[in-house]
Design a protein around this ligand. Sequence first.
Ligand code: HEC
Length: 134
Amino acid sequence: MKPVFLACLLIASFLMGSSFLQDQKTASIKRGQEVYTNNCQSCHMEKGEGVENSFPPLAKSDYLLKEPKRAIAIILKGQSEPIKVNGKEYNLLMPAQDYLSDEQIADVVNFISNSWGNSYKTLITPEMVKAARK
Ligand code: HEC
């Protein structure tokens, strides 16, 4: 009797834990949409499609999806080296957006890596952004 009870407890707490994480992620993505509209959309466009030969796409971007954590550094420090996204080269300056808070940056990275067909399991947290600021 006892081991069965323990196993049930374990499964129940696991399920609760993962749905808690899921809720947290959903909320972060939702907040991130507003950060995106106000700070990124002017260049990367409404559906993350970018602008040919100027601003790289975020929607289905192989560059972004290979390592979404890299987006934290791009937002904090800007990006000026030439980069290749989906086989095309881009070489304009993305200005740093380091005035955004740790939470805003985590939210916007969760938003761009889970929108327009993108999906990324890991939840980006404000703590990761804080660590990258140093
Ligand atoms: C002034 C225009 C501009 C704004 C505003 C801007 N970006 Fe960018 N972004 C660029 C450019 C240009 C590049 C490519 C830089 C290069 O060529 O090295 C880039 C590159 C990127 C990349 C890596 C390449 C890719 O397509 O996957 C990510 C991710 C990204 N930006 C996310 C963001 C996010 C999130 C915001 C808002 C917080 C933002 N950008 C705001 C212009 C901008």
